[in-house]
Design a protein around this ligand. Structure first.
Ligand SMILES: [Fe+2]
Length: 313
């Protein structure tokens, strides 16, 4: 069974690429390319792009995972319902296999997209914990401005068929369970956190979180930023524009550990800044936890209704 090695970019559609680019720039991404049909944004890591917006009515089209190599990509192409290996006719080039998940999202598995030079990152040495003198004879002066988005981190979806969705992602994408959540009887799954399966390599606690819902859709897409200061600086910047609606935060999650901050984009797609993810490898197996156990965060406000019930396509 083939397994992806990372998650790479989100693919949305928006009717005005100027409006989308303005939001994403304020969110902390950088334009790498823009054509008449689409906008490509990058982070500070070397991935060519981490966010694609096609021109069109607002839609969540899907997202892309990375295949380790070209042979691996061919294995994905042999799966039921998968396209053949296609050349990508977009900036950065490369090859991909397309599949449709049980919720109608187009999932791409890609390889060979060109890389770009990493961008410089604002560094903050913090004097805390067991290293209270990491920054000496020097004052911290964080610059105001957008967050410094590094990379795409995960997608969170609602599905009318959670079990079918989990089976699909585990069989076709090679994801593995971090935490399955049930309500009442253990068979009554209501949500599930899933991570990449990269053997001994440590990976984020989740690359896909799926919940049972009354309609399918994207709850949010998450992007990792430089550090906790960056979450706060980025929050202040988005707020200072006066243009965007805040969805939830700032807080620290229980399952996954991340410090998080959520914002609606101009077309109601929630974008998350996060940092300090819990990471696991194959020495830790999946958990079955109760719905009650997953409630609440480690600090920060509880999720508002506008966030909890949000799922758009
Ligand atoms: Fe998230």
């Amino acid at each position: 069974m083939p397994k992806v090695s990372d998650i790479l970019y989100m693919r949305l559609a928006s009717p005005d690429l100027d409006v989308q680019e303005e939001f994403l720039s304020n969110f902390g991404m950088h334009r790498v390319e823009r054509t008449k049909k689409a906008l490509y944004m990058r982070g500070t890591d070397p991935n060519h792009h981490i966010h694609v917006t096609e021109l069109g009515d607002p839609a969540v089209l899907g997202w892309a995972y990375l295949a380790e190599n070209q042979d691996n990509l061919k294995e994905f192409a042999s799966l039921d319902g998968a396209s053949g290996v296609e050349e990508i006719d977009e900036p950065g080039g490369g090859y991909r296999v397309r599949m449709t998940d049980p919720n109608g999202f187009e999932i791409e598995v890609v390889h060979g997209i060109e890389e770009v030079n990493p961008l410089p990152v604002r560094r903050n040495q913090v004097n805390w914990g067991e290293q209270p003198t990491r920054r000496t004879n020097e004052a911290t002066r964080l610059q105001h401005g957008p967050a410094e988005v590094k990379r795409m981190a995960h997608a969170v979806i609602a599905s009318t068929d959670l079990k079918g969705t989990l089976a699909w992602y585990r069989a076709n994408i090679g994801l593995t369970c971090s935490d399955d959540i049930y309500d009442g009887e253990p068979d009554n799954l209501v949500a599930s956190f899933n991570r990449l399966d990269r053997g001994e390599d440590f990976v984020d606690h989740h690359v896909l979180f799926a919940v049972q819902g009354d309609h399918a859709g994207l709850n949010h897409v998450a992007f990792e930023v430089a550090d906790i200061d960056d979450v706060m600086v980025g929050h202040d910047h988005l707020k200072s524009t006066g243009k965007y609606e805040h969805a939830w935060g700032i807080g620290r999650h229980l399952l996954g550990d991340q410090v998080f901050d959520y914002w609606f984009d101009p077309y109601r797609r929630v974008h998350e800044h996060n940092t300090d993810n819990a990471v696991f490898n194959n020495t830790v197996s999946g958990n079955l936890v109760t719905f009650e156990e997953m409630q609440g965060g480690q600090w920060g406000p509880p999720p508002p209704e506008i966030f909890l019930n949000h799922a758009v396509k």
